[in-house]
Design a binder for this molecule. Structure first.
Ligand SMILES: [Zn+2]
Length: 78
């Protein structure tokens, strides 16, 4: 995967910043960001955004993940 463009890059960048990309995709993306002002600026601004802002704008979790998360949190409290 070596043809990363800014169009597909934004979604990939989110995954990149969350650290969930495969090593190959991660490397290809880093190579693109290194030579791309727009993506460099995106990464920089994302990293400056407080986590609470990201949480507020995050897409809703799938129901099964929410259930698992709530069960986990209940176990923590009990
Ligand atoms: Zn780019």
């Amino acid at each position: 995967m070596s043809d990363i463009s800014c169009g597909s890059g934004v979604e990939l960048l989110m995954d990149y910043l969350e650290g969930v990309l495969t090593p190959e995709t991660n490397a290809a993306l880093e190579a693109h960001v290194a030579g791309c002002e727009r993506c460099t600026a995106f990464v920089a601004s994302y990293r400056e955004t407080p986590r609470i802002m990201r949480t507020a704008t995050a897409v809703e979790l799938p129901a099964d993940i929410q259930d698992a998360l709530q069960a986990f949190l209940r176990r923590l409290r009990s």
